[in-house]
Structures are given as C-alpha cells and as structure tokens.
Design a protein around this ligand. Structure first.
Ligand code: AGP
Length: 607
C-alpha cells in the first residue's frame, strides 16, 4: 500500500505534495518522491527513506517550482527500498506514480525490452510507465484506456505527460483514488487525509474511470472517453479520523483492510491458478527433498505458524515443528542441513526471530522468510522471502498480518503438496481457487460479525478471566484469540485444547466463567460438543462458534456464532476477524488504549 498525491492550481505544487505525503506516511514510508512541471520540463526529486530524507535532499538538489505535480510515498512490494525503485517513474513522455501490484509486469517488461526500452528499477511501476509511453500517440485518454486493457492486477495511477503541461491524469482499479475539488485548483490522492486541509469536497473515483485535473477544474471520463457525471462527496471528518479512514482506531481499520490485504497477498503468488512460491532460489527440486520444516516466530507470527503446521502436515505430509523464536535460539535446536526453516515476521525486525534465522543459517538449513516489510533485516538475510502485501500495520495488535501470514502458509503448503506429489494438479487448483475466493467472503463476514462481537464484548467487559477452547485448527486459532484479548483489553485469558480440560483446567470453570468454544472442524465437532457440555455442566457461560450447518441442541450454549460453510482447512481465515473484533470491542468498552496497549511495542527489536 503506497500513498499518492497530485495538485494543479495557482499555488506552488511542491509544498502541497510534501504536506500531502506526510499525511499518507501511514500508507508507506520506505521512500518518497515528487514530479513537478517546472519551466516546461517535468522535474523529478526522489529519495530512499522517509519523507524527511526527501526534504533534506531537496535542500541541496533544489525544490522544483511549478503549479502542477504528483508525489508518492512507498511501501515496497517489488524491489527493495532504494533511489532507483522510488517513485515517480519516467519513460519517454510519461511520468507516473502507482499504488497497487501489477501481476503481469514481468511479461510486459520483457516485451518492452525487446522494443528497446531499458529499465533502471526492479519495480512493476516503471513497466507501466514504459508501456504507457509506447501506447501514447498524443491522445492521453486512448493511451490510458489501452494501458488498462493490457495490465493485470491492482493500480491507482497519477500520470503526467510531458507534452501536456499542467494536466494530471488519474485512473484506478482495486486501489483507492479520490479527487479533491476546490475553486481554481484540483487534487488527487490515495486517501482523503492527504488533502483534507484544502478541501472537503471530493469525487470518489470508481473502477476504470479516468480523471483529468486542470487548474480550471476536473473532468471524469470513461475508458471510451465519454464524460461521467460524478456525485460530490462531502468529508466531515477530523484530520485525525481521516487518517484512520473514518474508523475510530487503526486496529479496526486494519481488520477491515483484511480482504484487500489477502487479495494483494494471494494474487501475486498465484500463477495459472496454481500457487507459485515466486523467485525462491530453493527451487522445486530442493523443496521436494525437504524432510522436515521448522517454523519460527514470536507472538501472533508464531500463531500463524501453527496454522501453517496443520496445513503443511495435512496437505504435504511433511513434519513441521513450530517454535517460539526466543526458545529456538537457545535450545540448541536439531536442524539438519536438508531441513527448511521458515521464519514469520510482520516487521521483519523482531530481534528473537532475526537471531533464530541467523542460527538456522549457521546450521546449514535453507531459510525462508514470510515477511511484510520488503528490505527489512529478516527479508534481506533469509535465503528466500515470501512477501505478504498487507501494507503498513500501525496498531500494535497484529490483525491483517496474521491473516496474510496464514494465507501465505496455505499457498506454501499447496505448492509443497504439488511438488511432493501428495496432491495432484487438479486438487491443488481446486483448493487454490477456494483460497482465492476467501477475500470476498471475509469482506461480508467482517460486516456481519462486527455487531455480534460488540454484543459479546459488552457481556464480557467486566470478566476476570476468559477461556478459549478448541481442537485442531480451532485450537490454533484459540491461541491467537486469547493473545489478542489479553494484549489489548488486559483481561486474563487462556486457550486450551478442549480435550485437555479434564486434565486440570476445568477446576477453574465455575458459575458464569465465560468460555468461547470454537467448534468448526467437522470431524471433531461431536467431541467438541462433549467438551462444551462438560464446562456448561459446571456453570460456564458458553459462546459456541460453529458452522451454520451444525446440528446443536440450544441448551448447550448461551451465545451462538455461526460461521459460513467453508472447508475446515480455511476456517481460520474466516475465524480471524471474529477473535480480532471481539478483542477490539472489549478493549474499547473497557476504555483501553486499543492501538497502543500498555507495555507493548509494535516491533520488539530487542531481546
Ligand atoms: C501481536 O498482536 C503482537 N503485537 C506481537 O505478538 C507480534 O506479533 C510479535 O511481536 C511479532 O512481531 P513481528 O511479526 O513483527 O515479528
């Protein structure tokens, strides 16, 4: 997820672009740049690092003066943070900035190189600039329409053509773009916070609409060049609320971003309907020879590893051992050079996980990072990396990262099953298609679950202690649910394998003790209901989470939460929003600091 801003009007564009980008740094901040029409040329200034690094650079390189320009702050998905990979990107008469992922850029780039184009960066964005330059014959709308037919994936583009000074063109598919309206000036941005201080009136650009911004005003056209009448949206938010996209907290915003994050993570790793663990130096042959997999991480990242363990063992029949990084690094782990060690980390900077990675490398194993930050220490030091594309996760409590990490685990498990021959191509394609359909299903589920979780939170706001119980993947999910609740609502909670209750914990279950029983795994459902009856018999207040098609007597639960009928394998992806929204609303009702809980840091870069 990156930040885009554009301005045309009577004021100096550079100042407005920089201030807009500052408001968008929560969308990405590993490099930044602007391009301004200045004395008839397009002047580009860009720099690796934060926006302040770009401002520092412009002190010496000079600020381009002019009234029309575009700007970008980057969250790397293709190519490490560097000067060359920073936006804006230029090719011939085209200069543009991009937010999104162009899935077919490799084939497009090869074709453009054959046509004589050369590339300075590793980005998919530069390919879009070159392709648009090749298509541009003096008619911007036609060229842009043709571009949208040739590129696959998600994009929001703000474009300058060198022979059309003081005009900005903008188009989007799947990535957001808004157009700001004001007298004698126009704005375009990924998000309202970038320009809220200049205007509260917007067009919300829809898919495949092209906006043409001039000082005189904005026109919106279809790809065929027909004019479109747009409704004006009035934003009455505060600036602070706008940064959260109108949500009360970053955590809630990030839960609602899960469908987009899942889509942006799954689609680049899917080629021809099959999971493709892209550009891994490991190769399929070496992957097939792997006899044991270690998955290492901390906190939520390790919990995603638990999902990975079940998926890999179920689909590829390869043994997996999941370890907490802070333990792995000191127990002198038994790691064979034919083993594969997967380290999972959202930030890519967690000290214990980085140390575990270094130890695994020293022991000769191939190391694979599942990481959200391109260019992070873990991403750079691992032998291979599978990137999640969740965009920046600001709230300390990890939500969308857990979902996308689990999704990458599923993709990896399906690839491994194909390579090891434990599943044939049709079986893998079928499962992959089901996984690719999850973002849409989760989008609806989040909306349906939100009020339910708020009610559940209200019921439990004063509880001292709360139990999650489950079996199999439901237990793995319960572990994450318990952590979420503890870390942001400060309620003590434990997750228990439901079959273990009678071996001790059930002594804690007395009248009114809340128990959230997650019972979605079909083969284990009956067993789970017996465990639920055990705790119910001792007075527990049971919230039963099960599939819509489950047959249950209504004296078994106090609250019932029904999940859609999807395969057991992918149920954790559907359950994640439930446990996250429950923890979120409980924290809000208890007046806790949801986004910055006490004693916690977003990335634990010390031991
Ligand atoms: C999760 O809600 C916590 N914030 C914490 O457990 C986190 O998952 C852990 O510190 C690992 O962070 P990482 O994914 O950036 O390595």
């Amino acid at each position: 997820m990156c930040g885009i801003v554009g301005y045309v009007g009577s004021k100096e564009a550079a100042d407005i672009l920089i201030s807009g980008l500052r408001r968008l740094e929560y969308r990405g901040y590993d490099s930044a740049g602007i391009a301004v029409f200045s004395d008839g040329e397009i002047a580009v200034r860009k720099e690796k690092g934060r926006l302040s690094d770009l401002e520092e650079y412009m002190k010496s390189a000079g600020t381009p003066y002019g009234n029309c320009g575009i700007g970008h702050t980057r969250w790397a998905t293709h190519g490490e943070p560097s000067y060359a990979n920073s936006h804006p990107h230029s090719a011939g008469r085209v200069t543009l900035v991009h937010n999104g992922i162009i899935e077919n850029y490799i084939e497009l780039k090869k074709d453009l190189e054959k046509g004589g184009y050369t590339f300075a960066s590793e980005t998919d964005t530069e390919t879009a600039a070159a392709l648009l330059d090749r298509l541009y014959k003096g008619e911007p709308i036609k060229a842009i329409a043709e571009l949208t037919r040739k590129i696959r994936g998600s994009y929001a583009l703000a474009i300058l053509f060198s022979d059309r000074p003081d005009e900005i063109y903008a188009v989007r598919r799947d990535s957001p773009l808004i157009v700001g309206l004001s007298n004698g000036e126009s704005f375009v941005a990924s998000d309202i916070p970038a320009v809220l201080k200049y205007t509260r009136r917007y067009y919300l650009l829809d898919e495949n609409e092209i906006a043409v911004l001039k000082e005189s005003g904005v026109s919106v056209l279809s790809l065929e060049g027909e004019s479109i009448d747009k409704e004006v949206f009035e934003a009455n938010w505060s600036l602070e609320a706008a940064e959260k996209g109108g949500f009360e907290h970053f955590m809630l915003k990030e839960i609602y971003e899960e469908p987009e994050a899942l889509k942006n993570t799954i689609s680049p790793h899917m080629i021809g309907g099959l999971p493709d663990v892209l550009n891994l130096s490991l190769g399929d042959k070496r992957l097939a020879a792997v006899n044991k997999i270690h998955i290492v991480g901390c906190g939520t990242a390790m919990h995603a590893g638990l999902i990975g363990k079940t998926a890999i063992e179920k689909l590829a029949r390869t043994p997996v051992e999941v370890s907490v990084a802070s333990e792995f690094r000191y127990v002198n782990p038994i790691v064979d050079k034919n083993d594969l060690v997967i380290v999972i980390s959202q930030s890519g900077e967690t000290a214990d996980t980085l140390a575990a990675l270094r130890l695994a490398k020293k022991m000769g194993a191939y190391t694979l990072a599942v990481v959200n930050v391109v260019g992070s220490s873990i991403a750079r030091e691992a032998d291979g990396a599978l990137f999640t594309s969740a965009g920046p996760e600001i709230a300390v409590a990890s939500t969308k990262a857990y979902s996308v990490q689990s999704a990458v685990m599923y993709l990896f498990a399906l690839r491994l099953a194909l390579v090891k021959g434990t599943m044939n191509e049709n079986e893998v394609a079928e499962k992959s298609a089901e996984l690719a359909a999850m973002p849409k299903l989760i989008e609806r589920l989040i909306r349906d679950l939100d009020p339910t979780c708020k009610k559940l939170a209200e019921q439990n706001k004063n509880t001292e202690s709360l139990f999650f119980i489950g079996r199999g993947m439901d237990y793995s999910l319960s572990v994450e649910g318990s952590l979420k609740l503890k870390e942001i609502s400060y309620i003590h909670s434990e997750a228990y394998a439901a079959g273990e209750l009678k071996h001790g914990t059930i002594s804690l279950v007395t009248d009114g003790v809340p128990v959230i029983a997650i019972a979605t795994q079909t083969p284990l459902f009956e067993k789970m209901i017996s465990n639920v009856k055990e705790v119910k018999a001792r007075g527990a207040a049971v919230t039963l989470v099960c599939r819509t098609d489950a047959a249950i007597a209504d004296d078994v639960y106090d609250n019932l939460v029904l999940m859609p009928e999807i395969s057991d394998l992918f149920m954790p992806l559907a359950l994640a929003p439930f446990i996250q929204l429950f923890a979120y609303h409980t924290s809000v009702i208890r007046g806790c600091d949801v986004d910055k809980p006490r004693n916690l840091a977003k990335s634990v870069t010390v031991e």
